[in-house]
Design a protein around this ligand. Sequence first.
Ligand code: AMP
Length: 257
Amino acid sequence: MKVVRTTTELRLALPDARRGLVPTMGAFHEGHLSLMRAARAECQTVVVSLFVNPTQFGAHDDLARYPRDEDRDVRLAEAAGVDILFAPSARQMYPEGFATWVDVEATGGEASARPGHFRGVATICLKLFNLVRPDVAFFGQKDAQQVAVLRRMVRDLDLGVHIRALPTVRDPDGLALSSRNSYLSDSERQQALALPRALEAGRSAADPVAAARAALNGLEPDYVELLRVGDATLLTAAAQVGSTRLIDNVVVEGDLG
Ligand code: AMP
């Protein structure tokens, strides 16, 4: 595996073969690794990007305390068979005078709860797609709305990248793995379990939103909503647990693809 830090090095390191890209913000867990393994199984060249993208964080978000452990991430990516880890600096990705943004119109869910978030996500992903020129890009269902936004961008801007969505990896008790889980105290982690349990309760109910809200066990949600992603309907929610904001979703009907 190579670690490259400049866009020029990255271009030179890319061979001409079926390429898979796994965009991440690091602090790898089994969710990230499942995407890397899927990319490894399907593609000749697997590129993982590790970049805590400042433009997708709001002014009051957790950018400063976001977990970072590059040495560990390098070891895990290497063990997962990754060919290239692209770990650029913020200055590489946002050079002096940066002034171009991709704004995919989206409403509801994270789009409404975190204004500007998807602008940062779409912009960095378009840059990564342009740099790596992947055939397939791998994302987790956990961020289903992100998948919807990126598929919209790919269609609207004729990018020709297949956006693959893979199932959410969970701890045995049901909590979706997230780099942000490391912020949770033991008691907060117990409270956080209400989120996947409420979604599970809502999944097969006649009124999924009402059933999930009723099962939140005191957690105050930012939102509980049904979200359409391609042919799939998802029940999706975000909630604050202490100082940690968690999101999760389950498929109610159909297939995310
Ligand atoms: P992040 O580093 O949190 O930006 O996540 C990078 C990618 O990993 C995104 O496509 C996420 O949707 C995906 N991901 C995060 N958590 C999980 C999980 N528990 N299971 C599957 N994929 C995940």
